[in-house]
Write a protein that binds this ligand. Structure first.
Ligand SMILES: [Mg+2]
Ligand SMILES: [Zn+2]
Length: 198
């Protein structure tokens, strides 16, 4: 088994909207019919699986607290999403959802690192050896706060937030798509670098 050091596993965390599926212009994805896959999403996850990475989805969904969608409706979208991924050989180990509004001041809503820390705790993840692929500065701030490596993708908000992210040195790398980000991770060769196999 590779991808796993003595006790802790490496993981790739993925934001959902703007990374796996298209951002809904001016709103939220509240029904499956509004969920539009971005190209390469399943292939990216399948490639990570093949290389021994655990994959998690980490998403802010304030639409729940705002009463725009029920928790059950969002869970239903995720069940369908995970099913379509599995059919394509792509497995996600967990989906973490922050249902709160920004003004709740919860510890899970990105840019806070709560969901990343919770996943790391529950699954024994080595955060510095892991990555967070997101399309917004908020994701990159959460990555920094969790001490994991941020990759900003231009597929969603990233195109407009890249300049600011670069100015703040908020991300470790910049890519067009989630598949490119995964190919970058592969090139880092972390899993096969003997120096990392302590
Ligand atoms: Mg996003
Ligand atoms: Zn929250």
């Amino acid at each position: 088994m590779f991808g796993v050091s003595a006790s802790r596993a490496s993981a790739v965390f993925l934001d959902r909207d703007g990374v796996l599926n298209e951002n809904m212009a001016g709103g939220y994805v509240t029904a499956w019919r509004q969920f539009r896959w971005l190209p390469g999403a399943a292939a990216a996850i399948a490639l990570l699986n093949k290389q021994g990475w655990k994959v998690f989805v980490v998403t802010n969904q304030a639409c729940i607290a705002k009463g725009i969608a029920s928790h059950a409706a969002i869970d239903g979208i995720h069940d369908r999403m995970l099913h379509e991924l599995r059919v394509r050989g792509a497995n996600v180990s967990g989906v973490y959802v922050c249902p709160h509004r920004p003004e709740h001041g919860c510890s899970c809503r990105k840019p806070r690192p709560g969901m990343l820390l919770q996943a790391a705790e529950e699954h024994g993840i080595d955060l510095p050896a892991s990555y967070f692929i997101g399309d917004s500065l908020t994701d990159m701030r959460a990555a920094q706060a969790a001490n994991t490596q941020g990759i900003l993708v231009r597929s969603g908000l990233g195109r407009s937030q890249e300049e600011e992210a670069r100015r703040l040195q908020a991300a470790g790398h910049y890519c067009d798509t989630v598949l490119e980000a995964v190919q970058y991770i592969t090139r880092q060769g972390q899993l096969h670098d003997p120096k990392r196999r302590v």
